[in-house]
Each structure stands twice: as structure tokens, then as C-alpha cells.
Design a binder for this molecule. Structure first.
Ligand SMILES: Cc1cc2nc3c(=O)[nH]c(=O)nc-3n(C[C@H](O)[C@H](O)[C@H](O)COP(=O)(O)OP(=O)(O)OC[C@H]3O[C@@H](n4cnc5c(N)ncnc54)[C@H](O)[C@@H]3O)c2cc1C
Length: 312
């Protein structure tokens, strides 16, 4: 591959560690990239390093080159991620380019960077049912697996068969879904690994009926959730036998604002960025909701949104 660099780019690279120079030849590499550009909450300080590998092979070579003391953070669409205002002092790896999708009978395989909505649309076109919910979740397949995403009585673990992961060493490993201990909004992945692809088995149904179910799910969502403002979906997991939204509302916290962040007046398990929110505002609201709900109901709400990086 012939790459032409400007004088400024050459000067910048002189200051880079050798592993970063290697990564810049394997995809897009940026320094101090604002994470507010990559999260649906539109908050978060800079990633010290931000890398978007050109393809799977590039990712494997990159992982082999990155020193073990550099912390990595896999990134999908950032729709379930809260990054501190101080940023992430490691390497964010954006898997957007790994977005191939293939259908073979009832088996559908997709790269980690495939949007779940695109996956759902393809399945509907092929008359394959089981992942309709994905039409309404704004993340990628990799993030969906990592979170065992779900709603409307469907979740990733219902139809996931196996995944491919790239380990911290750069090696590729295939893992059966049964070995991921998939539970409500959680998958157990090897430490510091990245999901690069996932295979699902679905079942045949009429494309029109599948699309109709997707339409119903979408309209139920837009009627009940604040989808026009930056948010991360449900902030807390639902405790056994109850709903986080009900508890937060019953505690009188619906509509509460701290700085630029607010507990949505439409859905109490959503926090919205009113425009100028900081990550600290959002975390303050999370802690306030946890404290008040625990005092009132003796229930400790557990965040579903992933607080990544270091929080004071
Ligand atoms: C409006 C809205 C509605 C939502 N509704 C739902 C819903 O109904 N149900 C639901 O479950 N979620 C919902 N969410 C949350 C979110 O969309 C899901 O959790 C989704 O699966 C996250 O995908 P992502 O690609 O955005 O992941 P990210 O937010 O980018 O990452 C989430 C976590 O997964 C890790 N991760 C991401 N990609 C990989 C990878 N390739 N390999 C290893 N780890 C990885 C990240 O490091 C991080 O810890 C909603 C969010 C929004 C904004």
C-alpha cells in the first residue's frame, strides 16, 4: 500500500511511539479524539488514542503490536457507554469497518461493526425471524453481543450461535455462544478481547409479518421514549420483578435536572443530555437515583450503561 503523508503528518509521527506508527498504516489513527463524537449521549472527553482498523487482519496485526500496558476499549456505536469528562487514557478501537453480512439458509453472520438495524432489515428481507428487536436498538452487532442486548421479549442470546474474537495477543478465537454465560445484559468475553463477528440461527417467517412486528416495536418505542434527545437507552437494569423506571418515578425523581442532564420526564429510566451536559452531570444523576431509590425501597439499582475508563 502506497501512502502519501503531508509534512505535518510526518512531523507528528516522529513523536509517536513505534506501535502507534505501525497502527497508522493499518487503518485510521487519531490522538486525543473527543469521545463526545462517538457516544449517543454526546458526552465524554478525549481518547488518548483512537484507532479504526481497515479490516480484521489489520486489527489482528494491531493487537499484536500494541504494548500490553496500553488499555484498550472496544467501541461500537457508543450507545451504551459513558466516558469521563477527563477522557480515556488508552486505545479506543472503533470496529465500524468490520461490517460484512452474509446469509446462508437460516444462518446469518455479521461483522462486529454491522448496525443492528441493518442486520434486522436484512433478516426481514430474507424472511428470517428472531432478531426483530434489533431494528429498534441503535448499536452494532459487536456491542449487541457484549451487552446481550434485547427488548420486546427477544435478546441476542436467543439466536446467537458463535462469535469470533480477536484476543489481546492478536490471535483469533472462535467461541460458542454457550460458553459466553449470556445473561440479562451481560456476556462474559475473554479479558481485553474484541468481538469481530457473530453468527445467528433464525427461523423462517413471512417478510411482511416480520416487518409488521418491527413497525409495532418502533412505534411503541417512539411513543414512550425520549428519542429526539441524546441518551443511552435504559440507564439502569431492571431489578428482579420490578422496573427501574417505576422505582425512579415513585421516588419522585422524574424530570430531575443536574447541570445539563435530566432524568427524562417521558421515561424515568432514561437520562437525556439537554445540550450542554457533562459526563459528571450524568453520573451525579445516576448516583442520586441509586441513593434515593435505595433509601426509599431498599433496592440498589445497577447501571446498564457501561461506565468506562477511570472515575474519581
Ligand atoms: C435510544 C436507545 C435505545 C436503546 N434501547 C435498548 C434496548 O432496547 N435494549 C438494549 O439492550 N439496549 C438498548 N440500548 C443500549 C445500546 O444500544 C445497546 O446496549 C447496544 O447493544 C450497544 O451497542 P453499541 O455498539 O453502541 O456498544 P457500545 O456502546 O459502543 O459499547 C457498549 C459496551 O460493549 C463493549 N463493546 C462494544 N463493541 C464491542 C466489541 N466488538 N467487542 C467487545 N466489546 C465491545 C464496549 O467496550 C462497551 O463496554 C439503547 C440505546 C439507545 C441510545
Amino acid at each position: 500500500m502506497n501512502v502519501t503523508l503531508s509534512v505535518n503528518e510526518v512531523v507528528e509521527m516522529v513523536d509517536m511511539p513505534a506501535w502507534a506508527v505501525a497502527l497508522s498504516g493499518l487503518g485510521v489513527l487519531r490522538e486525543d479524539e473527543p469521545m463526545s463524537r462517538h457516544t449517543t449521549l454526546a458526552v465524554g472527553g478525549p481518547a488518548r488514542w483512537f484507532f479504526r482498523p481497515a479490516n480484521r487482519d489489520a486489527l489482528m496485526s494491531a493487537m499484536a503490536a500494541v504494548p500490553a500496558d496500553i488499555e484498550i476499549l472496544p467501541l461500537g456505536r457508543g450507545s451504551n457507554m459513558l466516558v469521563p469528562d477527563g477522557g480515556f487514557n488508552g486505545l479506543v478501537i472503533d470496529l465500524a469497518e468490520l461490517n460484512e453480512l452474509s446469509v446462508n439458509g437460516c444462518s446469518v453472520s455479521a461483522g462486529a461493526g454491522t448496525r443492528m438495524s441493518r442486520f434486522a432489515r436484512q433478516c426481514a428481507d430474507q424472511g428470517l425471524s428472531g432478531c426483530e428487536f434489533m431494528a429498534t436498538v441503535p448499536g452494532d452487532i459487536g456491542g449487541g453481543v457484549a451487552m446481550n442486548a434485547g427488548c420486546f421479549a427477544q435478546q441476542v442470546s436467543d439466536s446467537l450461535v458463535r462469535i469470533d474474537v480477536v484476543l489481546r495477543s492478536g490471535e483469533l478465537e472462535e467461541i460458542n455462544a454457550a460458553d459466553l454465560q449470556l445473561v440479562y445484559r451481560h456476556a462474559t468475553l475473554p479479558a481485553q478481547s474484541l468481538v469481530v463477528a457473530a453468527t445467528f440461527t433464525l427461523h423462517p417467517d413471512s417478510p411482511e409479518q416480520i416487518r409488521e412486528r418491527m413497525r409495532t416495536m418502533r412505534s411503541r418505542r417512539s411513543a414512550t421514549q425520549p428519542l429526539t434527545q441524546p441518551n443511552c437507552g435504559s440507564v439502569f437494569k431492571n431489578p428482579q420483578g420490578d422496573h427501574a423506571a417505576r422505582l425512579i418515578e415513585a421516588a419522585g425523581l422524574k424530570g430531575l435536572q443536574i447541570g445539563g442532564a435530566r432524568i427524562s420526564s417521558q421515561h424515568a429510566n432514561f437520562i437525556v443530555n439537554e445540550g450542554e451536559a457533562s459526563s459528571a452531570d450524568i453520573v451525579d444523576l445516576i448516583h442520586r437515583a441509586q441513593r434515593v431509590v435505595e433509601e426509599e425501597f431498599d433496592i440498589k439499582l445497577e447501571p446498564e450503561v457501561r461506565l468506562v475508563g477511570e472515575w474519581l
